[in-house]
Design a protein around this ligand. Structure first.
Ligand SMILES: NC(=O)C1=CN([C@@H]2O[C@H](COP(=O)(O)OP(=O)(O)OC[C@H]3O[C@@H](n4cnc5c(N)ncnc54)[C@H](O)[C@@H]3O)[C@@H](O)[C@H]2O)C=CC1
Ligand SMILES: O=C([O-])CC(=O)C(=O)O
Length: 326
């Protein structure tokens, strides 16, 4: 008769909790399970919905050839012992809105989700996805009081993927041959850096004229809104889920990938006490390093303007949260 191994280590399967089982959250759960990265707990406030999604995903396991556990729940106790917590809970924007217009509705949701989750998973690494991204990441970090390596926001991977897509479409080349880096906040003031964009090592500045590059940069800045306008009901979720999954994977597999991540800055780039997109190395402890690149004066100025707008919105969010708890 087979008996179970006595060491709990041999039985440990990584566990990722995704809070918010909407379009981004459920697609992310699918990606994580079907890439066989971790067991997934999908949590939402809507009764029955995460349970239904989890059952649906479980029923695909035999076809997708994995054996990951997938739990749908409304109860934070079921998230106990998660290695990573991803927060996607909150409202998406409607056509005509900016991401910052979501501040009032999403601040309380994200803070409560982060506090509830840390109570059951004190060792987890947190990835925030809810918009407005940089501000929500700051609020979550502040609410749970973790060191900066364990709290980060997802946006730069998505914005960079969009820039790469538009470059690939323009040049008619394979998207995976294009590498780009978008820094700054996840909003109209994001900072795509064309001189860091290459096609298999060739700078795009050698391949495209300045006016074309500027057009692609503008389309990247407007990338989320372009989809919101087209869909009319909510925003992008396939690429956001893929981008978040890349971060989850780099952490779980300790890949040490260098990715643009919304990170808490402590003097890097001349910025302090703000979350903003900068290149980071992601490994099993979360953010292993924040990379400080030599930016031009113009790029630094753009990054600072971006950071100032995040700061202004952090202040607004804190006023909103204080008035809610009063
Ligand atoms: N950082 C980024 O690059 C991106 C951010 N987003 C943002 O992600 C968020 C989610 O977007 P979608 O999935 O499209 O929206 P969605 O509306 O499809 O899903 C949101 C889910 O959150 C749930 N929810 C609301 N309050 C909750 C609470 N207190 N606890 C648990 N769950 C709760 C809702 O019931 C809903 O199922 C939005 O704020 C959106 O703007 C979306 C795409 C990219
Ligand atoms: O645009 C939105 O509202 C959702 C988002 O952040 C994106 O797709 O970049």
């Amino acid at each position: 008769m087979y008996s179970s191994p006595s060491s709990p280590l041999l039985c440990h399967s990584p566990r990722v909790t995704v809070i918010g089982a909407g379009r981004v959250g459920s697609t992310l759960a699918q990606r994580i399970a079907e890439k066989n990265l971790a067991d997934v707990v999908l949590l939402d406030i809507v009764q029955g919905m995460p349970q239904g999604l989890a059952l649906d995903l479980l029923e695909a396991r035999g076809i997708e050839l994995h054996n990951r556990k997938i739990i749908g729940t409304n109860n934070y106790a079921d998230t106990t012992g998660s290695d990573i917590v991803v927060i996607t809970a909150g409202f998406p924007r409607k056509p005509g809105m900016s991401r910052d217009d979501l501040l009032r509705t999403n601040a309380k949701i994200v803070v409560e989700a982060a506090k509830n989750a840390i109570a059951y998973s004190p060792d987890a690494i947190f990835i925030i996805v809810t918009n407005p991204l940089d501000v929500m990441t700051y609020l979550a970090w502040q609410a749970i009081g973790l060191p900066r390596d364990r709290v980060m926001g997802m946006a730069g991977v998505l914005d960079s993927a969009r820039f790469e897509t538009f470059i690939a479409m323009e040049l008619g080349v394979l998207p995976s041959d294009v590498k780009a880096m978008v820094m700054g906040s996840h909003g109209d003031l994001m900072v795509p850096i064309p001189r860091f964009a290459t096609v298999n090592g060739i700078p795009v500045t050698e391949l495209l004229d300045a006016a074309t590059i500027e057009r692609l940069v503008e389309r990247t800045r407007n990338g989320g809104a372009e989809i919101v306008e087209l869909m009319q009901t909510g925003g992008a979720f396939f690429a956001p889920a893929s981008a978040t999954c890349v971060m989850v994977e780099s952490i779980l597999l300790n890949q040490s990938r260098l990715l643009p991540v919304a990170a808490y800055l402590q003097g890097e780039y001349g910025l302090n006490d703000v979350f903003i997109g900068v290149p980071c190395r992601l490994g099993c402890g979360g953010i292993a390093d924040v990379l400080e690149l030599n930016l031009t004066d113009e790029e630094t100025a753009a990054l600072h303007i971006s950071a100032q707008s995040v700061r202004n919105n952090i202040e607004r969010a804190q006023e909103i949260l204080t008035s809610v708890t009063r």
